[in-house]
Design a binder for this molecule. Structure first.
Ligand SMILES: [Zn+2]
Length: 304
């Protein structure tokens, strides 16, 4: 585990100076705020947020993991694993254009949630550039970077990705689509309309133990099922050395030992090599504990 703990005071002071000058989009009312102004009264049966009765009549096709994120991994192809058509542990390069699911969101809801895709794209682009920069061990630079993101928006994107993967039949256990064998508790989808996500549900961040081994052109997806395998209760996504976990079922009991190894809604992600560090700051509403996760970046064995 390591690295989870309070950040030194000087870093907290830097954050305070940084905050007023940076853009922070507060998603009051959730991403459907605009869509909610004039409700359509329509519920498309193939839209997984049709309970809002605010669908358009048109269907949409969308990438079940945001295209902006997929494009960071590869220009034309990305390597994925954890999907039902691959055997356990198998990884395959797939064309981005083919990673599309129809009939999970109507056009209106798809467009209302697209702001989350661009936020996630920006975060993963930042992670990628930080790993590339700090992985350049010949650089003599000591310059630090501070980057600010809304933790709430990322959490909503993880939620969107989890529901999208489930409803499109793209998460599996033992090669069986969860959509066919399990349920998913829909209650957390109310967060898209501004409801708060109760602990222990929400987003966790974990540093990969062996980041130097990470395949840069790969995104790992793994679903979490309840003990009796009746419900999908979470999703883990790994990109470079960063693992994001979303827990999405308030009715489930989550293992405390498991939870204590993950940082719940961390404020700082600190990436550090031997000479310098870059920090991603995540903003959250009403927090009492300050948490940071440390991502050590070391030269690969044999040195670069
Ligand atoms: Zn809809």
């Amino acid at each position: 585990m390591g690295g989870i703990g309070l950040l030194p005071l000087w870093q907290q002071q830097v954050i305070r100076k940084l905050l007023p000058s940076t853009r922070w989009q507060n998603l009051q009312g959730g991403p459907f705020t605009n869509a909610a102004r004039a409700k359509t009264g329509h519920a498309r049966s193939d839209c997984y947020v049709s309970w809002t009765r605010n669908c358009s009549t048109e269907a949409s096709r969308e990438h079940f993991v945001s295209e902006t994120v997929l494009r960071l991994i590869g220009d034309e192809h990305v390597a994925v694993n954890g999907v039902p058509w691959l055997t356990r542990g198998e990884t395959k390069a797939l064309p981005i254009a083919g990673l599309v699911a129809a009939h999970i969101l109507c056009k209106r809801h798809n467009e209302a949630m697209s702001c989350l895709d661009s936020i996630a794209g920006q975060l993963f682009a930042a992670v990628k550039s930080i790993y590339e920069d700090l992985g350049d061990f010949k650089s003599l630079s000591r310059k630090q970077q501070w980057l600010l993101f809304s933790g709430e928006e990322l959490e909503l994107w993880m939620l969107k990705t989890a529901f999208g993967l489930f409803h499109s039949g793209n998460v599996a256990k033992d090669r069986k689509r969860l959509r066919d064998t399990q349920e998913i508790n829909p209650v957390l989808m109310q967060a898209f309309e501004g409801a708060s996500i109760p602990s222990p549900c929400g987003m966790y961040v974990l540093a990969d133990n062996r980041p130097e081994k990470v395949d840069q052109n790969q995104m790992d997806l793994a679903s979490l099922s309840s003990d009796n395998s009746e419900r999908m209760i979470g999703l883990r996504l790994r990109f470079w050395g960063v693992s994001l976990l979303i827990l999405l079922d308030p009715m489930s009991t989550y293992n405390n030992a498991f939870l204590s190894e993950q940082a719940y809604r961390p404020d700082y992600l600190v990436f550090r090599n031997r000479s310098r560090s870059h920090t991603i700051v995540l903003t959250w509403p009403k927090k009492t504990v300050t948490l940071g996760v440390l991502f050590p970046i070391r030269p690969a064995r044999g040195g670069k």
